[in-house]
Design a protein around this ligand. Structure first.
Ligand code: 5AD
Ligand code: FES
Length: 345
C-alpha cells in the first residue's frame, strides 16, 4: 500500500483514524516535503503568487471569559485594560487604508461595553467610510440575533476559532461556563447568515493529543470554513499554563500544508504566533500553503496590552513599518503582497 501522505494527496477525504495516521507523518521529512510541495502547488492554482493582507485592529482587551491559555482572560488582574474610542478605531482604518489595506479586522475580547448598538454604529461607520473594503469581526460568541444585526450593518466576515473540536480537550482549556457545543453553534449560525467564516485551533495547546488534532481536521472538513487560523500555543506568564511548553513550529507548518490540501481554496494566514515562535515563521508558513498575513494596525500605545501570549512580535512598530516589513518578508519567499480585498473564491 502507498504511504498515507500519498493517499491523502490523492484523496483527502479522510476519516479520523486516517488523520491520526497522517499526523504521525509530521516526523517523516519526506512526507513533510511532499505535503508542503502539494500545498504550494494547490495554493498557486487558486491564488498564484498573491498574498492577501488584513489590517488587524485590536480594539479592546476587556474580556468576560476566562480561557486558561489567554493573557487577557478576565481573572488576569495584571493585564492593563484598554478600549479604543470610535475615533481611534476610525483613525486606524484611515491609516490602514492609506497603506493599502482593503480588509479591516476588528478583534477584541468579549467586552460588554460594546453593546450590539455600539457595534452596529461602528460597523456602519467603517463601511460608509470605506465601502470597497471588507470588514471582518472577531469578537467572540454572540446570539444569532446579534450576528444578524452585525451582518445587516455590513460586516462581511467573522473569525471565531473553535480552539479544539474535542469536548474533553475543550473542557481542559476553558472554564465550565464555556462549551464546545455553543462555539460550534455560533460557527454554523455565522455560516447561515452568509458570513465568510474562519475557524481554527492552537497547535500544541496543553493536553492536546494527535487524536484531538485529527478531530480538528474532521471538524474543519465538515464545517467548510472560508478561512482557517492556526498558530502554535505560546504560554502567557500570567495564566495557569505559564509553565507549559509552546506548540511546535514544525507541527504548525505541517498542519498548514494538510489544511491547504483538505480545503484547497481556503484563506489561510501565516499567523503572528508563528512569527513569534520563529523569526522566519510567517515566511515558512507561506511556503507551506498559507496565503494571508495580518499585520497590526492597532495604536502602538496599546499594542503591548493586547497580549494573548508572551513575546508577541510587531508590538513596537508603527503600522507603516509593519506594512513595509511584511511586504519585504513576503517578497523574500517569492510572493507578492497585494492590496485587493481577497474574498473567498
Ligand atoms: N497562544 C497562542 N494563541 C493564543 N490565542 C489565545 N491565547 C493564545 C496563546 N496563549 C489565540 C486563540 C484565539 C486567538 C485570538 O488567539 O486561538 O482564538
Ligand atoms: Fe510587523 Fe515585521 S511584520 S514589524
Amino acid at each position: 500500500m502507498k504511504p498515507v501522505y500519498e493517499r491523502f494527496i490523492e484523496n483527502p477525504d479522510f476519516t479520523k483514524s486516517e488523520f491520526v495516521e497522517l499526523i504521525k507523518c509530521a516526523e517523516d521529512p519526506e512526507a513533510v516535503r511532499k505535503l508542503k510541495e502539494e500545498a504550494v502547488r494547490i495554493r498557486e492554482i487558486y491564488y498564484g503568487k498573491k498574498v492577501f493582507t488584513r489590517g488587524l485592529i485590536e480594539y479592546t482587551n476587556y474580556c468576560k471569559n476566562d480561557c486558561y491559555y489567554c493573557g487577557i482572560r478576565k481573572s488576569n488582574t495584571n493585564a492593563k485594560r484598554y478600549r479604543l474610542t470610535e475615533d481611534e478605531i476610525m483613525a486606524c482604518c484611515e491609516n490602514g487604508y492609506e497603506l493599502g489595506f482593503r480588509t479591516f479586522v476588528l478583534q477584541g475580547g468579549e467586552d460588554a461595553y460594546y453593546t450590539d448598538d455600539r457595534m452596529v454604529e461602528i460597523i456602519k461607520k467603517i463601511k460608509e467610510a470605506y465601502p470597497e473594503c471588507a470588514l471582518t469581526l472577531s469578537i467572540g460568541e454572540k446570539s444569532y440575533e446579534s450576528y444578524k444585526k452585525f451582518r445587516e450593518a455590513g460586516a462581511d466576515r467573522y473569525l471565531l476559532r473553535h480552539e479544539t473540536a474535542n469536548e474533553e480537550h475543550y473542557r481542559k482549556l476553558h472554564p465550565e461556563k464555556m462549551s464546545l457545543a455553543v462555539r460550534k453553534n455560533c460557527l454554523y449560525d455565522l455560516k447561515k447568515l452568509g458570513y465568510q467564516v474562519g475557524a481554527g485551533m492552537m497547535v500544541g495547546s496543553p493536553y492536546q493529543t494527535t487524536e484531538d488534532l485529527a478531530e480538528d481536521l474532521v471538524f474543519l472538513k465538515e464545517l467548510q470554513p472560508e478561512m482557517v487560523g492556526i498558530g502554535p500555543f505560546i504560554p502567557h506568564h500570567d495564566t495557569q499554563f505559564a509553565k507549559e511548553p509552546a506548540g511546535s513550529v514544525e507541527m504548525t507548518l505541517f498542519l498548514l500544508a494538510v489544511i491547504r490540501i483538505l480545503l484547497p481554496k481556503v484563506l489561510l494566514p501565516a499567523t503572528t504566533a508563528l512569527g513569534t515562535m520563529d523569526p522566519l515563521g510567517r515566511e515558512k508558513g507561506l511556503q507551506a500553503g498559507a496565503n494571508v498575513v495580518m499585520p497590526n494596525l492597532s495604536p502602538v500605545k496599546n499594542r503591548k496590552q493586547y497580549e494573548l501570549y508572551d513575546n508577541k512580535i510587531c508590538t513596537g512598530e508603527e503600522a507603516a513599518e509593519c506594512r513595509g516589513c511584511m511586504g519585504r518578508r513576503v517578497a523574500s519567499v517569492g510572493y507578492e503582497l497585494v492590496t485587493e480585498r481577497g474574498d473567498a473564491v
